[in-house]
Design a protein around this ligand. Sequence first.
Ligand code: SIN
Length: 285
Amino acid sequence: MSGMTTTDYSSFQVTSLTPHLAAEVDGLDLSSPLSAAEQADLQRAWADWSVLVFRDQQLDRDAHKAFARSLGEIHVHPMNYARNQDPELLIVKTTADSPYTAGDAWHTDVTCDEFPPMASALYITETPACGGGDTLYADMYLAYEMLSPPMQSFLEGLTAVHDGALPYVGAYKSMPPEGGYPRNEHPVIAVHPTTGRKVLYVNSGFTSHIKGMHRWESRALLDSLFDMIATTPRLHARVEWEPNTLTLWDNRCTQHHAVWDYHPNSRYGERVSVIADARPAGVAG
Ligand code: SIN
C-alpha cells in the first residue's frame, strides 16, 4: 500500500490511494455492528475520501447487508426483477462464458432511478487467478473543479435524462420489465448533500441526453465530458482487489469502471447498495 497515512480518525487508520480520492481503512471489522464512534469516523472518512477499501473482511450475506443497512435503506437493482435471487444483492460474477461483465464502462450506479443509490458496497471474494479485475474510480468533485468557470456556469443550468434502457437493454440485452426500465432527470451539476461541494453528475452509462438542446449539441457536450472523465488520469484511483475485500463508494461524487482484462479467468463478488434519501439536488436547490 502506498499513500499518505492519516490519524484523523480515532477508530481506525486510513491510508490514501491518491491525494484526493480513495483510501484503505485498517482496523475496522465490518462483520459486527459498529460503535457510534466507529460510525461517526466512518462517515467522516467516507466524506473525505469517497471510496473506502476494507481488506480481510469475513462477511456472510447477512453481515454484508447489515453493514449496508447501517448507512440507509437497501436499494433493489432494476434488473433484479427478473432474477431468481435475493433482490437486495447484485451478483457480480464473470466467467469465461460471460457475455459481459457488469460495470465495464465509466458509470455511476443506477442513475436512471429517481432516488439513485448513494452508496454501493461491493464485496469481492474471488479474484482472477491471472491478476487484473481492478476497479477504476473517478472523482466528480475534481471533474467539476477542472472545468473552466464559463463551462461550470453553463452546465449549472442544465438537466440531463438518465435512461436505464441504455445499459440494461443496449449493453446487457436484458428484457425490460413492463413499462420499461426507469428513466429520470437529474441536474448536470449536483450538490453533494453532506459535503455541500459541487459535482459533475452525468455518466456515459446512463445519461442519454441533455434537455432543451438539439440532439447534436447534447451529444457533442456529453461526449466531451465523458472523454474528459475517461482520459484524465488525475481524476482516477485504482482499487486492486484481494479476496475478501469490501469497497464502499459514494455514487453521489464518483464514477467507476470495472476492468475486464482477465478473460477466460473468473471473478466473483456481491454488491449491496443503499438508496439516497433525496433526489440529486442542483445548484439552485
Ligand atoms: C459495478 O458495481 O459496477 C461493478 C464494479 C466491479 O465489478 O468492479
